[in-house]
Design a protein around this ligand. Structure first.
Ligand SMILES: *[C@@H]1O[C@H](CO)[C@@H](O)[C@H](O)[C@H]1NC(C)=O
Ligand SMILES: *[C@@H]1O[C@H](CO)[C@@H](O)[C@H](O)[C@H]1NC(C)=O
Ligand SMILES: *[C@@H]1O[C@H](CO)[C@@H](O)[C@H](O)[C@H]1NC(C)=O
Ligand SMILES: *[C@@H]1O[C@H](CO)[C@@H](O)[C@H](O)[C@H]1NC(C)=O
Ligand SMILES: *[C@@H]1O[C@H](CO)[C@@H](O)[C@H](O)[C@H]1NC(C)=O
Ligand SMILES: *[C@@H]1O[C@H](CO)[C@@H](O)[C@H](O)[C@H]1NC(C)=O
Ligand SMILES: *[C@@H]1O[C@H](CO)[C@@H](O)[C@H](O)[C@H]1NC(C)=O
Ligand SMILES: *[C@@H]1O[C@H](CO)[C@@H](O)[C@H](O)[C@H]1NC(C)=O
Length: 442
C-alpha cells in the first residue's frame, strides 16, 4: 500500500548522563517549582504506579498555581476524595506533545471517572488547544491553563507544567451560570425549565454523556415570544430535541451531513457550511463548554423538532463569531501522535517537534476544472539535543529535520474516525547507545 510508509532513520542524539532513572517521581523531582504537586502525588501510590505503567500526559500545576488554588479552596485540602479527583483530572491518557496542541480539536480522557465528579464514559476530558499561539489546556467553564514547561519525558509519558490548576467540569446548570450565558438562562426560564419540578432539571443533572445544544442570543432571550402558547409537552419536546445522549459530541466529532440522535426520538442533522457547523438551521457559535456529564455547544437560535432536517440559510457570512477557533476539521491536517517506548538510557533534554506547514494554495491549481485544492501537508520532524553542561557537544549533531511529504491523496488525512491511514516510524540510535522510538499516526 502506497499510503503505508515506514521511514527508518538513524542518527545520533546528544545525551548527557543527567539521570539514570526515569520513573515519573524521579523526573518530576529534577524539575524546579513543582514541589507542592510532588508532595500531593506522593500521597497516592497507586496513581504513581499507574503513571509508571501506562502512557500518559501529566499536567503539573506549578507551585504558584497550587498556592493560589489552595487559597481559593481551603476546604479541599482536607478532603482526600476531592484531592484524588483533582489529581486524576490532571492525568490525560496518551502522550500529547505540546506541538500537537491546536492542530485539530483534541479532547483527551483523563483518569477522572469517579461518578461523584463526572458522568462521562471513559473519563472526564481535557481539551488540548492553541490559544493565542500558545499551547493551552481548556477545562471546565472554558478555563485556560497555559503550558509553562512542556514536553518533559518520563518512562511511558510526558509531563507538561501548567500555570493554573485545571477546573473539573461542573454541572450544566452551574456551567451556564458561571459562564455568564445569561441569554440562555433567560430562555430556559421562559420555557419553565428552571423550576425544580421541571423534568428538565432531572435530565440535565442525572443523565450521562449528554451533548446539550443551547442558544445564547439576545433575540432568543427574555423578550422572545416564539414559545408563547406552547404547552408543557411541546416545550419539553423542544428541550429534548436539543439534547443528545450517546458518544459526547465535542467539536472534534463535528462532521458534515450527520444525524444526531436526540432525547426527543427525532434525529437532528449537523451541516458544515463555509467551515462553520450548524445543527439544522442553528449555527454553533461557541464550542465545547465541558460539563460534568458531557458538553454544551452554544447556538445562535433555538432548535425545534418541527423544523427537523431544515438546511441552514446559504448565507452564513452574516453570522459572526465562532468560539474556540482552532482549525476546521476539514482544513486541519491532523496528526495523531503516539510516542511509544522512550528509552533514553540516561540522555535527557531531547525535544521532539512535529509541525505541519502548508504551501501557498496557488502553487497547486488542479488541472481539471481550474479548481484549487488544498496542497498536501508537509510534515517536519525535528529532534533537538539540548546541550547545557555539554563537554563535547559541539562535535555531535544537534538538530535533525526529516521532511516527509504526504502524497496528494487522500485529500484529508484526518484520523477523526479512529482509522489509521498511514504510519511513519522513526527510530533514533544515539552514540553512546541511546534509543528513541517515535511513531506518528495520521
Ligand atoms: C482540616 O482538618 C483538621 C483536623 O480535622 C481541622 O482542624 C482543620 O480545621 C481542617 N481544615 C480545613 C481547612 O477544613
Ligand atoms: C487509554 O486509552 C487506551 C486507548 O483508547 C485505552 O485502551 C486505555 O484503557 C486507556 N487507559 C486508561 C487508564 O484510561
Ligand atoms: C461519593 O461521595 C459519597 C459521599 O461523599 C462517598 O460516600 C462515596 O464514597 C463517594 N464515591 C466515590 C466513588 O468516591
Ligand atoms: C500566530 O503565529 C502566526 C505565525 O507564527 C502569526 O502569523 C500570527 O499572527 C500569530 N497569532 C497570534 C494571535 O499571535
Ligand atoms: C451569552 O449572552 C450574554 C448576554 O448577551 C453575553 O454577555 C455572553 O457573552 C454570551 N456568551 C456566549 C458564550 O455567547
Ligand atoms: C452521575 O449520575 C448519577 C446517577 O444519575 C448521579 O447520582 C450523580 O449525581 C451524577 N454525577 C454528576 C457529577 O453529575
Ligand atoms: C409543531 O407543530 C404542531 C402543528 O402545527 C404544533 O401543534 C406544535 O405545537 C408544534 N410543536 C412545537 C414544539 O413547536
Ligand atoms: C455537506 O453535505 C452536503 C450534503 O451531502 C453537501 O451538499 C455539502 O457540499 C457538504 N458540505 C461540505 C462543506 O462538505
Amino acid at each position: 500500500m502506497k499510503l503505508y510508509r515506514v521511514v527508518f532513520a538513524t542518527l545520533s542524539v546528544v545525551g548527557f548522563c543527567l539521570a539514570a532513572d526515569q520513573d515519573v517521581l524521579t523526573i518530576l523531582k529534577q524539575q524546579s517549582d513543582i514541589s507542592t504537586f510532588i508532595g500531593i502525588l506522593e500521597q497516592f501510590d497507586d496513581l504513581v504506579n499507574i503513571l509508571n505503567q501506562g502512557t500518559f500526559s501529566v499536567l503539573v500545576p506549578n507551585n504558584e498555581a497550587l498556592a493560589a488554588f489552595t487559597n481559593d479552596n481551603p476546604e479541599l485540602s482536607n478532603d482526600t476524595n476531592a484531592v484524588r479527583a483533582l489529581l486524576e483530572y490532571h492525568i490525560a491518557n496518551g502522550t500529547h506533545p505540546s506541538a500537537t496542541f491546536g492542530l485539530q480539536p483534541l479532547f483527551v480522557p483523563t483518569l477522572l471517572t469517579n461518578p461523584n465528579y463526572t458522568n462521562v464514559t471513559g473519563g472526564q476530558v481535557v481539551e488540548f488547544a492553541a490559544v493565542n499561539n500558545r499551547s493551552t489546556v481548556v477545562t471546565g467553564v472554558r478555563a485556560t491553563s497555559q503550558l509553562v514547561e512542556a514536553d518533559i519525558f518520563y518512562l511511558g509519558g510526558l509531563i507538561h507544567v501548567i500555570d493554573s490548576v485545571l477546573t473539573i467540569p461542573i454541572s450544566f446548570p452551574a456551567t451556564i451560570t458561571k459562564a455568564g450565558l445569561t441569554d440562555l438562562v433567560a430562555l430556559l426560564n421562559k420555557g419553565g425549565f428552571l423550576t425544580p419540578s421541571s423534568p428538565a432539571v432531572n435530565i440535565v443533572n442525572s443523565l450521562s454523556d449528554l451533548t446539550v445544544f443551547g442558544p445564547n442570543s439576545s433575540q432568543y432571550s427574555a423578550s422572545f415570544t416564539g414559545w408563547n402558547g406552547l404547552d408543557n409537552t411541546d416545550l419539553l419536546s423542544i428541550l429534548q430535541y436539543s439534547i443528545s445522549k450517546g458518544p459526547v459530541l465535542y467539536s472534534s466529532e463535528f462532521k458534515n451531513d450527520t444525524k444526531i440522535p436526540t432525547l426527543d426520538g427525532i434525529p437532528a442533522t449537523m451541516y458544515e457550511v463555509d467551515g462553520q457547523f450548524y445543527v439544522d438551521t442553528s449555527l454553533i457559535t461557541t464550542r465545547d463548554f465541558l460539563t460534568s456529564n458531557g458538553v454544551l455547544q452554544i447556538l445562535d437560535s433555538p432548535m425545534n423538532p418541527n423544523t427537523t432536517g431544515q438546511l441552514p440559510l446559504s448565507s452564513p457570512g452574516s453570522h459572526s463569531g465562532s468560539g474556540s477557533k482552532g482549525l476546521s476539521t476539514a482544513a486541519a491536517a491532523g496528526i495523531g501522535i503516539a510516542i511509544g517506548a522512550l528509552i533514553l538510557g540516561g540522555a535527557l533534554g531531547v525535544a521532539l517537534y512535529l509541525r505541519i506547514k502548508r504551501r501557498r494554495r496557488n502553487n497547486f491549481s488542479e488541472l481539471g476544472g481550474g479548481q484549487t485544492r488544498d496542497p498536501p501537508p508537509r510534515y517536519e520532524l525535528d529532534t533537538k539535543g539540548i546541550t547545557e553542561g555539554a563537554v563535547n557537544a559541539r562535535e555531535l549533531p544537534r538538530s535533525h529535520t526529516f521532511q516527509i511529504e504526504h502524497p496528494v491523496k487522500p485529500p484529508s488525512p484526518l484520523e477523526i474516525d479512529g482509522q489509521e491511514r498511514s504510519r511513519i516510524s522513526v527510530t533514533i540510535h544515539g552514540s553512546p547507545p541511546r534509543h528513541l522510538g517515535f511513531q506518528a499516526r495520521f
